[in-house]
Design a protein around this ligand. Structure first.
Ligand code: NAP
Length: 419
């Protein structure tokens, strides 16, 4: 494949996918596409790159980075938001990492993040939330949080099926809903914007499968299906029902439902059984705070997952340290939970930990568990020693405030010491 808008490094090899064996072939010097991102992406992108490279080198490997462009950098270079070459490169090279991309509110172009996830069919947005030693938190017992959220990434109100107030299209949809579908007098008169919330059996089930597989492989205790099915019965309620269907029909050996747990086992799960339960989203948001340790792996839809994982991130120290990654069939695009935080952009100030730890997820996906562990340990030791960026320094006494680049250097030094 040749690209007009990307220089493929001369050295390094491509990560390939062996369909028959259903596994990635990862060379010791893979080419990895990276989008630094908008706003603070320009600070945290290069910082994460340095740290991940150090972890690769410390474990006898090398990463050949391939800069690809989206958002502001693509507009500056190519006068477009998301060049096809960027999407194709992520497809071809299978594993990539990106910083945040800005999305204008109300008007303007649609989210490039959503476009990337949809175009590449990265259907599971996985956001682990765990407490790192030394990180200040607004809650009394932050280490009770060890949750992994599986957020469906291609459907829900994020699907982008919506019509703007005042257009002919919205009028047609309104008339169809009122006249053909019988919802007369349900929508107020006057200007209205209308969106559609598709939740499919296919999308729900493949997401729940990912969550259950992860829970079983990682010896977790429970998977909680989070939904607002009491109100949105045929979308969020259906997600819950399809989730239980997957659990009961495809994992009957490994899984019990919460009802069975209480009816037959008096609340004590038998050894080796994974409990599948469900919670209504508003209740879940308070339970996450008040009964944190009851929750382990979460499977939910796009919007709930977005809200929940930011709130969970706050409990363990804020968005500056909350990592994430998007997964599809044989494909990974790692990205932090946070956005482009424009007011801090270009100041060499933002915390790169979230992007660094997103990179750790990417390394683990590549099978480089040793390099991933080195990254986590080095980050944890750096923070516990009080060397932190502004966001954490303002919450602890006696910490040393480092810039983004100084912090990345400090983590690299730890990696070299620990290796
Ligand atoms: P945001 O960029 O996540 O920033 C909100 C606040 O969180 C910041 O002002 C800062 O708080 C804190 N923060 C976030 N990242 C941080 C970091 N690395 N280090 C330290 N503090 C950090 O959310 P937003 O302001 O709502 O969104 C800005 C833009 O990002 C929007 O265009 C949005 O669409 C986009 N966005 C993109 C993604 C993505 O690319 N996946 C995700 C979310 C949002 P303080 O100022 O209090 O220190």
């Amino acid at each position: 494949m040749s690209y007009d808008k990307i220089s493929v490094p001369e050295n390094g090899e491509q990560i390939t996918y062996d369909e028959e064996a259903d596994e990635l072939n990862v060379p010791d010097d893979p080419i990895i596409p990276i989008i630094h991102g908008d706003g603070i992406g320009k600070d945290v992108g290069p910082a994460a790159q340095k740290v991940l490279e150090a972890a690769a080198n410390a474990t006898g490997r090398n990463i050949e980075w391939m800069r690809v462009y989206a958002g502001e950098s693509a507009r500056e270079k190519y006068d477009e938001n998301l060049p096809d070459d960027t999407v194709e490169a992520i497809k071809e090279f299978n594993v990539a990492i990106k910083g945040p991309l800005t999305t204008p509110v109300g008007a303007g172009f649609r989210s490039l993040n959503v476009a990337l996830r949809k175009t590449l069919d990265l259907y599971a947005n996985v956001r682990p939330t765990y407490h790192l030693d030394g990180v200040p938190s607004p809650v009394k017992n932050p280490s009770a949080m060890d949750m992994v959220t599986f957020r469906e990434n291609t459907e829900d109100v994020y699907a982008g099926i919506e019509w703007e107030a005042g257009t002919d299209e919205v009028q047609q949809v309104k008339e169809f809903v009122e006249e053909e579908m019988g919802y007369d007098s349900t929508i107020h008169d006057g200007p209205v914007g209308i969106g559609v919330k598709p939740i499919t059996e296919f999308g729900s089930k493949r997401l729940v499968r990912e969550a259950i597989d992860y829970a079983i492989e990682n010896d977790r205790d429970s998977v909680t299906l989070v939904h607002k099915g009491n109100i949105m019965k045929f979308t969020e309620g259906a997600f819950r029902d399809w989730g239980y269907e997957v659990a009961e029909e495809e994992y009957s050996e490994d899984v019990i439902t919460e009802d069975t747990l209480w009816d037959e086992y008096d609340g004590e799960a038998p050894e080796g059984k994974l409990v599948v339960k469900d919670r209504i989203a508003d209740n879940m948001l308070q339970q996450q705070l008040t009964r944190t340790s009851d929750y382990d792996v979460i499977a939910t839809m796009n919007l709930n997952g977005d809200y929940m994982s930011d709130a969970a991130g706050a409990q363990i120290g804020g968005l500056g340290i909350a990592p994430g990654a998007n997964f599809g069939e044989s494909r990974c695009l790692a990205e932090p939970v946070h956005g482009s935080a424009p007011k801090h952009a270009g100041k060499d100030k933002a915390n790169p930990t979230a992007m660094i730890l997103s990179g750790r997820l990417m390394l683990e996906y590549m099978g480089w568990k040793d390099a991933g562990k080195l990254v986590r340990d080095a980050v944890e030791e750096t923070i516990s020693s009080g060397q932190v960026t502004y966001d954490l320094e303002r919450q602890i006494e006696g910490g040393t405030k480092l810039s983004t680049s100084e912090y990345a250097e400090a983590v690299v030094e730890r990696i070299e010491e620990l290796a």
